[in-house]
Design a protein around this ligand. Structure first.
Ligand SMILES: [Zn+2]
Ligand SMILES: [Zn+2]
Length: 356
């Protein structure tokens, strides 16, 4: 076998152990293994912490922006294997961050470890998104209202959560106009001001698929630029007049609402059958709320015949006869939940007698 010698240190080396014409040890001494800028400057938005790199990029914090910037600038020799690079940022003050970089790698049989401290200077500039938000920019309004009632607290909270999730997802995907400019709350509902038409539409779609309701869109011309007309869109979303567990009367039947979405599903309390109530305005008008499950009270079931039951009125303790509901199938049940309505007591559910 031919002998090889390192031209720099004269050491004898196997041919496959040579790197760039020398031994690994000399290569590590002579060549640049890892190169990073001694000093760097980054531009950060003081409001949201995003980093400017040709465009604004979302970033969790100034520290993570500094790390992202440095890791994109660091150069490592192609001859290195098993590269491990760890960064820990240290904030000196609002304008200076030191990024400590720990580098590990291998070249042939030699292992290398290096520590670098890179100073990153921070400049501040408000990003386009934050300047739009602070300027009150919006393209669409989503108005949430409800038929014959005010939206409930839980509906409001859920809708705000849906909106903020959609906005965050849009921003993560790179949509700079994905933000909520403002939320105005009223007794009759709430108005969400949104930075992007697309996001507003997504919010309407998502809220409707959960709650149902009617949507009415209107556009208002707000300006013209380069021959292109600029509209602001208002989506008026009216939630159904019923809520889950509302008890309604419809064509002589008493129904407990079970599901609200594009279609309303309920349970007929006399037959126990699941019925679909089409979300049709004419039909909705003929449905009347008679009570809600929260108003129910527990009372005693006294007797049951084929078509009727006798219960105690929970307020007056009088014995009342009402139509037999589907869930009374035997006499083992002795406690029954009822609500009081204009048309008398309505039975909602029954529980089994405790075994003694
Ligand atoms: Zn050498
Ligand atoms: Zn910002």
């Amino acid at each position: 076998m031919r002998k090889n010698f390192c031209p720099l240190c004269g050491k004898e080396v196997e041919l496959e152990e040579m790197v760039g014409g020398m031994c690994a040890e000399c290569y590590i001494k002579k060549e640049k293994i890892i190169e990073s800028p001694r000093e760097s400057e980054i531009t950060i938005c003081p409001r949201c912490g995003s980093l400017y790199e040709g465009g604004w990029k979302k970033s969790k914090s100034i520290e993570s922006a500094a790390v992202a910037f440095i890791s994109s600038k660091i150069l490592i020799s192609n001859e290195i294997d098993n590269i491990e690079l760890n960064f820990s940022p240290e904030r000196l003050n609002s304008k200076k961050i030191i990024v400590h970089a720990n580098f590990k790698g291998r070249i042939k049989t030699e292992t290398i470890e290096k520590n670098l401290d890179i100073l990153v200077r921070v400049r501040y500039n408000i990003c386009d998104r934050c300047s739009r938000i602070s300027g009150g920019y919006y393209e669409s309004i989503v108005q949430i209202r409800a038929y014959n009632r005010n939206p409930t607290k839980s509906e409001r909270e859920k809708i705000k959560k849906i909106a903020s999730e959609i906005v965050n997802n849009g921003y993560d995907r790179g949509d700079e106009k994905s933000f909520i400019t403002d939320i105005k709350e009223f007794e009759k509902g709430l108005d969400l001001y949104l930075g992007s038409k697309k996001i507003a539409k997504q919010i309407c779609k998502s809220v409707r698929s959960r709650y149902g309701g009617d949507l009415l869109d209107s556009a208002k011309l707000v300006g013209e630029k380069d021959g292109k007309k600029n509209y602001r869109i208002t989506h008026s979303l009216r939630l159904p007049k019923f809520l889950i567990d509302d008890i309604i009367s419809y064509e002589g039947n008493i129904i407990q609402i079970k599901k609200i979405g594009k279609k309303i599903t309920g349970r007929d309390l006399s037959t126990g059958k699941t019925i679909m109530l089409e979300d049709h305005k004419d039909k909705l008008r003929r449905m009347k709320k008679v009570g809600s499950i929260e108003e129910s009270a527990e009372t005693d079931l006294i007797a049951a015949t084929e078509n009727e039951i006798q219960v105690l009125d929970p307020e007056t303790d009088e014995v009342v006869t009402i139509p037999k509901p589907y869930f009374i199938d035997d006499f083992n049940k002795n406690k029954i939940k009822v609500i009081k309505t204009d048309s008398g007591l309505i039975a909602l559910s029954a529980t089994f007698k405790e075994k003694k």
